[in-house]
Design a protein around this ligand. Sequence first.
Ligand code: SF4
Ligand code: SF4
Length: 383
Amino acid sequence: MNNLTNLTKLQIIELYACTRCGECANWCPAVDAYQDNKISPAEKIIKLRRILEGKDVENEEFAEAIFNCTTCGRCYEVCPVGIRCHELWPAVRARLLEKGYGPVEKIIELRETIEKLHNPFGLPMEDRNKWIDKDIFMEKAEIALFIGCELAYRVKPMAIGAVKVLKKSGIKFVLCDDEWCCGFPLYILGDRSDVLKKEIEHNIQIFERIGVKKVAPYCPCCYAIMKKVWKSFNGDRLPFEVVHILKIIADLVKDGKIKFKKPFYGKVVYHDPCYLSRGWEYGNNIIEEPREILRSIRGVELVELPESKKLSRCPGSGGGIRRANPDLSEKMAEQFFDMLRGVDFDVLLTSCPAVNERLNFIMEKKGYEIRVMDILEFASLHI
Ligand code: SF4
Ligand code: SF4
């Protein structure tokens, strides 16, 4: 009966719970960008049911639809029965890849790159930690920062800002000089190879070895895979707690251990990353923390985007879309800029390196001029 053997029972129940109300398609930024109902969750669900029942088979067109998604999860937020397409599609991708459908060559290339260099960009391992002050390597501390590839190689101001703000608080923390890819780029594209396992196991072992109680990632994708997936590679437990850095910093601000002395008199918008703001099941809902940090900077006038918090709009950054379908990714980023029209602000802040990269990429390509910064980079300028 089950032709999609890797789906869980709950996922199969979800497929049959769909009422075809169409609300997901109204909110899906990928459907909006392509104006193509074939990629709407409801259409994919109907096809999946047919495959399960043996009335249809996977093909290249279906694989394309399944990969045309950033796993942003906005469809889940509006779905009246709570179908978690952001989890369904990665599972279906794994099955499709096994059968040779989807961007197979791109994923094999990614796997080989990560296996060799432990980052998805093909950059040398020795360049990974070049931005770091050597004095915070491997001291004894209860908290370790997990920097992640995108911050280490591409959006260094995020990493530098986070370290500067944490240093000011006086709490002890460490950075690990042998961090590998968190595994998210492979996992989300459906790659379940040994490379994924090796990257995750290595990271768990190094943090266990240095004996920290908490590991604090910044990148929302690192955070998601650490919270949701890592323990399944370690006997269903992690030897440390995973806490997002914005939560740690917001608590330090509340306790008066971080004070911002330099004001910023201007209008600030904050873009909520999908993997931090949506009400999924792994303890995210990190919505108020960034706003609390910003409100504690004198002069900041916080302006909300028309699509924010749990319904924030993905600008085509996540779910492996930049690799799987750069065209869709760019169109989604342009639509994000359309949303910004009419919003009066001086600086747009985010806490997602992929969003940061995407917005800067489109600005350069299209000649748009807005000021985009990471929230902790911004905070570090006012400390
Ligand atoms: S919102 Fe949920 S129930 Fe409605 S069509 Fe989409 S997946 Fe189905
Ligand atoms: S996860 Fe996001 S991009 Fe994917 S189908 Fe849902 S709303 Fe669309």
